[in-house]
Structures are given as structure tokens and as C-alpha cells.
Design a protein around this ligand. Structure first.
Ligand SMILES: Nc1nc2c(ncn2[C@@H]2O[C@H](COP(=O)(O)OP(=O)(O)OP(=O)(O)O)[C@@H](O)[C@H]2O)c(=O)[nH]1
Ligand SMILES: [Mg+2]
Length: 460
């Protein structure tokens, strides 16, 4: 793979592989073309290490005085995480000891690894593809057990295998179509070829299903931002507290209690939710409240979904549409989803909600009645089905690539219908294949690789 330009692979790199802070054990990892100077420098000139066998020793400074003691492990290339020679020193997990070992490594010729550089080398040495390298970071950052499970599935290659299978189907279709183009004397009638049509339609349908799976995986990884919006006193802060299970926000009967933006993280069936409480939306002379309302609108603009809270005991039937001039413009683009939350049902005797679709919830933030219904509505709204079993970890970039590929296939089929010629279809399939290959890193620009790996932390 010709990507050596993104990093200088001839350097030996070093970093602490364990989390910063204090712990029983701290691991320093050295990776490079030759780690023998480090073995000699740390463990003594005469030491030879057997591959993958723990060796108990002092770790020495330049004057052969011990800096620390612990286990040394040697992983000869290519059987290591990076695919290079790797030396691990398992010492005591204190920041000062770790610093001493790092400084000694630098003295022996290593340089500090950049963020993600170990994973980057693993990728460049074909130990992992790009989606798997990302899964390493996702596994470490996972915020729920479901997210961790889907990351390990990606790390073990399930996601990449699926991508590869799609790529192969596209190649097979291209081979067929391009062969037909190259032999025009055979006069192939593309439109009449039902097996080609069937294969294209199946490919298109499978891509759409795959996209929906990837979307679920991305939800588990990234979560969504839900903004609580509504008129003052509707019960937004009460709902935040009810969802969070703790009294985060101040609740009073005074309209205009909340001014600052408040944020809480909760976990719904493994989906991380960032819930944002905002000031009640109204015109006001109060300068502080005006600021609060301004911030509320800023949060609404950024939300993935909005919980618009309405007090059923009041006669105020204002909806978000009335308050927001750009409402229809925003929603026509499908950027926002609104769930109408009718709150304070406990105040209305024999309250009966109307079941007008999935995007409505009736509840009492005070008694908790109807809260589970809202939680389910939230999950439905963001399109999450609890089917964690087959999920794999996916990122926005993967979703974009799969969407592009899927649209190109649809476009290709339309072109074929319109022209009954294979050239345009072949071109669309070629492009679609390129998008999918970007996910695993087969065709990925150095710039993108730089962006991806630099978002990892040091030592990964
Ligand atoms: N009976 C009843 N009272 C509620 C319910 N939810 C909220 N309240 C009351 O309504 C009042 C306003 O609640 P908040 O949660 O502060 O309302 P808010 O929308 O955050 O108000 P602002 O911050 O002023 O915009 C408080 O007195 C709450 O106790 C409910 O479900 N039932
Ligand atoms: Mg409030």
C-alpha cells in the first residue's frame, strides 16, 4: 500500500499504552523496525528475549541503575499489533515512573508517537483495515455495553466482510456490463436481461438494509441530542429531571425559571442521549431571560430531535410551528424531528390522549406516568430497534459512503432504464464501488487518513 507519505514509518515510536493516572500496572510500548537497542538499553546488553514470553527484569537507566522493574514482552514483526517489532515494558502505573521510561526510550532513539500512530501503522502494515482501526477507538470509547459489543464485532471484521461482499457483487456486475460494452457486435439487450435486472435490484435493496444497520450502529456510537423546548412552565425541567432520574434542574412554579442551557447524559437501551433543557420560549423584557431564549433557539437549531413540551392543563395550544418562523423550511429538509410531549396529564381528570401517530407522548413528569411510553417514542423516532445482536459499530463517514453508493446504484438502474445502454450504469457501479472501498481504506486519501488517526488518543 502506497501511503507512506502520511507518516514517517522508519522512526521507532514510543508511548504509554495504559490510561494516564495511577494504576497497578503501566505499559510503555515501543514499535519500530528494530527494537534490539531498547532491549539492550533497558534490560542489559546480554539479554535476549524470547518472542511473546514474559521476562521479569529491572528497567535500567543509562548508568545501569534501575528506573523500575516489571515484565518485558517482545513481539517480533509481523506478529504484533502494528506489524512491526514491538517491545512492551509492564512497569508500575505511576505518571512519574512512566515518564522516566518514556524519556529513557527517547534517549535510546525512539520518538513520541503521535495520536493514533500505533493504529495507523497497523493499518499501513495490513494488520487492520480502516474500519477495524476505527473500531479499536470505538471499543475504547464505548459508552454502553451494546456499543462495546458492536465495536468488537467491527474489530473482528464483520463490518469489513460485509463491505467486501458488496464490493465483489459490484465488480461482478461491472465485469458483465463492461464485457457487453466491449463486444457490441453481440448486440446485448440490457433491458431484456432479467438476471441482470434482478441482481441490480437485489443489490440496491441490500444496500438500503445495510445502511439501516449501519445507522443503528452509528446511533449506539454517537448517540443523539434531544432538546427540551416549550413555553415557560410547561414542565421541561421537570421532564429533564424525570428522564435523568435526579434533580439536575431547578423546578419552580414561576414561569421563566430556567435561563441557562442544562445538559444531561442518559442511556436508553444502550443509546446515549444528550438531553438539553432550555429556557421557556416567550417574548420578555427581562434581559437575562432574553439571553436564555436566544440560547434555547440555538440549541433547537442543533438538535437531532426536539421534545416540544405542552402543558395540557393550560389553554395555551401554541405549537412549535407558531413560534418558529423558519419551521417548515427546516423540517422539509428532514433535519429535525419533533415529538410533541403533552405533560401534566395528572391535572386533568380522566385524561385521554389522542393517538395521532408515533411522534406524540402523554405523560406526567411529576408522577412519572407515561414516561416509558416517551422513551419508546424517542427510540422509535431516531429509528432504533433493539436488535443489538447483528450490529456493528459505524461512523458518520461510513453512513455517508454507503448512502452515496446506494444512490449511485439507484441512479445506475435509472440510467439503464432510460438508455438501455450499459456505459452509464458501469460508470455508476464503478463510483459506488469506490465509495464502499473508502470505508475499509482501500481507496482513501492521505488527508482523510490523517484526520481519522489524529482523532485517536496517544498510545492507541
Ligand atoms: N401537576 C403537575 N405539575 C407539573 C408537572 N410537570 C411540571 N409541573 C409543575 O409545573 C411547574 C413548572 O415546571 P418546570 O419543570 O419548572 O417547567 P419549565 O418548563 O422548566 O419552566 P421554565 O423553566 O420556566 O421554562 C412546576 O411547579 C412543576 O412542579 C406535571 O406533570 N404535573
Ligand atoms: Mg425550566
Amino acid at each position: 500500500m502506497n501511503l507512506n507519505t502520511i507518516s514517517n514509518n522508519t522512526d521507532t515510536i514510543v508511548a504509554v499504552a495504559t490510561a494516564p493516572g495511577r494504576g497497578g500496572v503501566g505499559v510503555v510500548r515501543v514499535s519500530g523496525k528494530d527494537v534490539s537497542p531498547f532491549v539492550a538499553g533497558f534490560l542489559g546488553e546480554k539479554t535476549t528475549l524470547k518472542p511473546r514470553q514474559a521476562y521479569y527484569s529491572s528497567f535500567l537507566d543509562a548508568d545501569s541503575n534501575p528506573l523500575d522493574q516489571g515484565l518485558a514482552l517482545y513481539f517480533p514483526a509481523p506478529h504484533s499489533f502494528t506489524g512491526e517489532h514491538v517491545l512492551e515494558l509492564h512497569g508500575h502505573g505511576g505518571p512519574v515512573v512512566m515518564d522516566l521510561l518514556i524519556n529513557r526510550s527517547i534517549e535510546l532513539g525512539a520518538r513520541m508517537a503521535r495520536p493514533g500512530e500505533f493504529s495507523e501503522r497497523a493499518f499501513l502494515n495490513d494488520k487492520l483495515d480502516l474500519a477495524q482501526a476505527e473500531a479499536v477507538a470505538d471499543l475504547i470509547d464505548a459508552s454502553s455495553s451494546q456499543a462495546a459489543k458492536s465495536a468488537i464485532r467491527s474489530l473482528q471484521g464483520e463490518f469489513s466482510t460485509k463491505i467486501q461482499a458488496f464490493v465483489e457483487r459490484m465488480i461482478a456486475l461491472r465485469v458483465f456490463v463492461e464485457a457487453a460494452i466491449d463486444f457490441p457486435e453481440e448486440e446485448i439487450d440490457f433491458l431484456a436481461d432479467t438476471s441482470l435486472r434482478k441482481k441490480l435490484d437485489a443489490l440496491s435493496a441490500d444496500l438500503i438494509e445495510f445502511l439501516s444497520m449501519a445507522h443503528q450502529g452509528a446511533l449506539l456510537r454517537e448517540g443523539i441530542t434531544l432538546v427540551l423546548a416549550g413555553k415557560p412552565n410547561a414542565g421541561k425541567s421537570s421532564l429533564l429531571n424525570a428522564l435523568a432520574g435526579q434533580d439536575t434542574a431547578i423546578v419552580t412554579a414561576i414561569a421563566g425559571t430556567t435561563r441557562d442551557v442544562l445538559r444531561e447524559k442518559i442511556n436508553l437501551d444502550g443509546v446515549p442521549l444528550n438531553i438539553v433543557d432550555t429556557a421557556g420560549l416567550r417574548d420578555t423584557e427581562d434581559e437575562v431571560e432574553q439571553q436564555g431564549v436566544k440560547r434555547a433557539w440555538q440549541e433547537i437549531e442543533k438538535a437531532d430531535a426536539i421534545l416540544y413540551v405542552i402543558d395540557v392543563s393550560s389553554n395555551d395550544k401554541t405549537c412549535l410551528e407558531d413560534l418558529w418562523p423558519e419551521y417548515s423550511q427546516r423540517f422539509s429538509k428532514g433535519q429535525h424531528k419533533i415529538i410533541s410531549v403533552f405533560n401534566k396529564v395528572d391535572l386533568v381528570e380522566d385524561f385521554k390522549g389522542q393517538d395521532d401517530g408515533a411522534l406524540t407522548a402523554y405523560l406526567s413528569a411529576k408522577t412519572g406516568a407515561g414516561l416509558d411510553g416517551l422513551k419508546q417514542t424517542i427510540l422509535d423516532t431516531v429509528g432504533y430497534q433493539n436488535q443489538a445482536e447483528g450490529l456493528f459499530s459505524a461512523r458518520r463517514r461510513h453512513l455517508t459512503a454507503i448512502t452515496q453508493a446506494s444512490e449511485l446504484v439507484v441512479h445506475g438502474i435509472a440510467q439503464l432504464n432510460a438508455t438501455n445502454a450499459g456505459e452509464l450504469l458501469a460508470e455508476d457501479l464503478r463510483e459506488a464501488q469506490r465509495y464502499l472501498s473508502e470505508i475499509t481504506g482501500e481507496f482513501t486519501s492521505d488527508d482523510l487518513l490523517g484526520v481519522i488517526f489524529s482523532s485517536f488518543c496517544i498510545g492507541k
